[in-house]
Design a protein around this ligand. Structure first.
Ligand SMILES: CC(C)(COP(=O)(O)OP(=O)(O)OC[C@H]1O[C@@H](n2cnc3c(N)ncnc32)[C@H](O)[C@@H]1OP(=O)(O)O)[C@@H](O)C(=O)NCCC(=O)NCCS
Length: 191
């Protein structure tokens, strides 16, 4: 059964992750291509743990990671949302962290940008976030280009090495956007 809709965009419904959606995640998002720069595909147990963490985050903070469903087909196409920075190696524990994955047969259709603009508005309008961060690696070019397109700026002061990733993706880089930067981007948006 589909869980509650949290956010709706032009083409997507972002919903909480239900108890029984590990198979869905496995089928559409746990591929070599999607997980290439993220340490490779996960086990079912790891996915179940991630989902439980997302539900716990909604229960404690009112936000978390979700699945995005393409309204025209009903298919799940993205996994995205917001959580607290909890990597023990990061200096900015507890910051609001946004993140995203898109199923590879839907890349370059604007789904990551569309869902993340809705998540960013939600973070500032409804969750009182003072600023948001996003984490990636220098080799994950699509990801940091998206951060730049979303108006985020590079934060070398927050970089760290994460030995939990393969050598080429150990360097973790961060981007951020402040409430002021977001508000200014709203004023300058085309009517
Ligand atoms: C990164 C990712 C989420 C982008 O999703 P997407 O839906 O294809 O992205 P969009 O179509 O919304 O693209 C928005 C912008 O992101 C950037 N971008 C996305 N993919 C890119 C790529 N392969 N190369 C360069 N820039 C890219 C571009 O700036 C693009 O704007 P443009 O189309 O006007 O050039 C997707 O490639 C993905 O899931 N990758 C694997 C998972 C992952 O690494 N997630 C990030 C974790 S930090």
């Amino acid at each position: 059964m589909l869980a509650d809709i949290v956010l709706a965009t032009k083409r997507l419904d972002l919903r909480k992750i239900g108890e029984d959606q590990v198979d869905l995640h496995w089928k559409y998002l746990n591929s070599e291509a999607v997980m290439e720069r993220l340490g490779g595909p996960r086990t079912r147990e790891e996915l179940a743990k991630k989902h439980a963490k997302a539900r716990a985050s909604f229960a404690s903070d009112g936000f978390g990671f979700m699945f995005g469903y393409e309204r025209s087909t009903g298919e799940m196409v993205t996994h995205c949302g917001m959580k607290r920075v909890d990597n023990p190696l990061a200096a900015n524990q507890g910051d609001h962290e946004i993140g995203w994955l898109v199923r590879e047969d839907r890349w370059r259709m604007g789904y990551a940008e569309e869902s993340m603009r809705a998540v960013i508005d939600w973070a500032f309008e409804e969750h009182g976030a003072p600023h948001l961060v996003a984490l990636t690696s220098p080799h994950n070019i699509g990801s940091w280009k998206l951060m730049e397109k979303l108006g985020m700026e590079r934060r070398p002061d927050l970089d760290f090495e994460d030995p939990g990733f393969p050598a080429q993706d150990r360097q973790t880089i961060q981007y951020s956007i402040t409430r002021d930067q977001w508000e200014n981007s709203q004023c300058n948006a085309p009517a």
